[in-house]
Every structure is written in structure tokens, then in C-alpha cells.
Design a protein around this ligand. Structure first.
Ligand SMILES: C[S@@+](CC[C@H](N)C(=O)[O-])C[C@H]1O[C@@H](n2cnc3c(N)ncnc32)[C@H](O)[C@@H]1O
Length: 284
């Protein structure tokens, strides 16, 4: 295996910080070396310096895409963090549906800001269907929601768009009855029914960019992504999220995530039904 020198590591470290906002510590050289090893072979490069030159020359856009795909961590699963789903059931959905029924809201808009392979946003689509069915609500349907899901990595987005999951991935967090009701078997894999897949608009989006063209949202999932960013980018993402949340809009971060900058922009709502963040009055 070709070794990555300290000097080469620093070149990639800076490149990744600039392109994705991902802060790689000094001790992450092994990660870059192992994750780029296959690309090095595919690109027929004898060294990491040669691969870096290809990136710099912009001679092959595919190389850049593959570096981003390889470096980003795409871990996700169905109905991740039970507290989030309890809060959605007990707090967010009842409030949103009441507002919709009272004519105070036209479309209920949701953004999954680091969507990975789609489990987060598709879990929500399934969860809403179940909620409406279990509560016999017929005045609100999936048509009244808009689901936007974005990620910087094009390979995860293409999996998400296909809604096609292997036998291990489908099992991680998804109950068998929901799998049977919402997916079709295809060989050993499972595909989310077209009726639900088509509800979600998947787009490539870098969280370093301006959020303003995305419109405003009632719920933003920004879970398990800030953890990879520099402090400056975390703060920037939080600040931009304030601007695109509707009044009473809710932000969800990962259950294990704690950021000191949160308090500057958001109130933490700690309830028996889960934790969620709303924009601080003073920052509106
Ligand atoms: C660990 S996954 C989180 C998936 C999901 N939100 C969850 O909590 O299960 C993090 C995702 O963030 C994406 N990501 C990393 N840097 C990004 C950036 N600058 N802009 C947008 N997405 C980014 C990665 O590609 C990856 O799919």
C-alpha cells in the first residue's frame, strides 16, 4: 500500500477543510490514507502527491467527487435517536397539524440538511403516514408536506434517490411491519415504494453555502454533521439556520451533540417527550 507522508496529509487536510468544511485532526492521517487508497489505484497514481496534483489541475471532476465521497462519514440508520421521533409525535406534528388546519400554514416544509443515504427523511415520511393513519386524520395528507434532503456527497444522494437498501441496511432501526408496508422486496434488497420516494427532493448542497435559496422550513434535521466541522463553520451553519426557520420552526441535532455556540442562537427545549431547539427570541 502506498504511504501518505505528513506533507501530503497536510495538503489533503487543507483541501478537505476548504471543500467540505471538515476539520481533520493531526491524528487522522490513517483515515485519509485508507479511504483514498482505492481511488489512488483507480486513478493510476503512484503517490498521494500525484493524486493531489490531479485534484489541483481540475482535469477530472470525477476525482474531486470521489475524494469527497471517500472522506465524508455517511453513517445513518432508520429512526435514529428515539427521542427525536417521540418529540415529533408528541410535540411537532400535533402543533403543525393544528396550525395547518387553522389555516396558519400553507405547506409544512422539512429539510434534512445532511441526508446521507436517505434514512432520516424517509423515516419521517413513513412516520407521518403512520401518525395520520393512527390518529385518523384525513384533513391533512402527505401532499401538504414538502420534503427537501441535501448532502455534499453525490454517491449517497444517488442511493437515497433510488431508495434501494441491502438486507443489513434495511434492518438497522426499521421494524418489520413498516418494512413490509412501505417497501418492496427486490432480490435480497428492499426498495421504498415510489409513492413515498417521489415525495422527497434530493439535491446536492454544501452546508458552507448560503441557505437563502432553500426557502423557509418548519423542521430542520441537522444531525450528526456539525461534529465534523470547524467551530467557525458550526457557528455559521447555526446562524444561517436561524434565518431559514419559520416562526416556531424546530431544529434537531444529534442526540449526542453539544455545541457551546447553540446557546447564542437557540433555546433548548428539554421536555419529557424529547429535546429540540427553537430560535432565541433575541436573534429573530
Ligand atoms: C454521519 S452522516 C449523518 C446522516 C444523518 N443526518 C443522520 O444523523 O443519521 C453526515 C453526512 O453529512 C454530509 N456532509 C459532510 N460535510 C458536508 C457539507 N459540507 N455539506 C453538506 N453535507 C455534508 C456527509 O456526506 C454525510 O452524508
Amino acid at each position: 500500500m502506498v504511504a501518505l507522508s505528513d506533507q501530503e496529509y497536510h495538503l489533503f487536510q487543507r483541501y478537505i477543510a476548504e471543500k467540505c468544511g471538515i476539520a481533520l485532526d493531526e491524528n487522522k492521517a490513517y483515515l485519509v490514507e485508507s479511504r483514498l487508497a482505492k481511488l489512488l489505484i483507480d486513478a493510476k497514481c503512484d503517490s498521494f502527491s500525484e493524486l493531489f496534483l490531479l485534484l489541483q489541475n481540475h482535469s477530472d471532476a470525477n476525482i474531486e467527487t470521489r475524494v469527497i465521497d471517500a472522506i465524508t462519514t455517511n453513517e445513518t440508520y432508520w429512526f435514529r435517536d428515539p427521542g427525536a421521533w417521540q418529540m415529533i409525535t408528541k410535540v411537532w406534528l400535533p402543533q403543525k397539524i393544528a396550525a395547518f388546519q387553522a389555516g396558519r400554514c400553507e405547506k409544512i416544509r422539512v429539510w434534512s440538511a445532511a441526508a446521507s443515504t436517505g434514512q432520516e427523511i424517509y423515516s419521517l415520511v413513513i412516520h407521518i403516514c403512520e401518525y395520520l393513519k393512527n390518529n385518523q386524520i384525513t384533513t391533512v395528507t402527505l401532499d401538504d408536506f414538502e420534503f427537501v434532503a441535501t448532502d455534499i456527497s453525490s454517491s449517497v444522494l444517488s442511493i437515497a434517490r433510488r431508495g434501494h437498501y441491502d438486507p443489513i441496511t434495511i434492518m438497522r432501526g426499521l421494524k418489520a411491519d413498516l418494512r413490509e408496508a412501505y417497501f418492496k422486496r427486490e432480490g435480497t434488497s428492499w426498495v421504498l415504494d415510489e409513492a413515498y420516494r417521489k415525495r422527497v427532493r434530493f439535491e446536492s448542497f454544501n452546508l458552507q453555502n448560503s441557505f437563502l435559496l432553500l426557502g423557509s422550513f418548519d423542521l430542520v434535521f441537522c444531525r450528526n454533521v456539525l461534529i465534523y466541522f470547524t467551530d467557525a463553520l458550526r457557528r455559521d451553519v447555526l446562524k444561517k439556520t436561524v434565518k431559514i426557520l419559520k416562526p416556531e420552526g424546530v431544529l434537531l441535532i444529534g442526540a449526542a451533540e453539544i455545541y457551546y455556540a447553540m446557546d447564542d442562537y437557540f433555546d433548548k427545549n428539554l421536555t419529557s417527550d424529547g429535546t429540540y431547539f427553537t430560535v432565541k427570541e433575541a436573534t429573530k
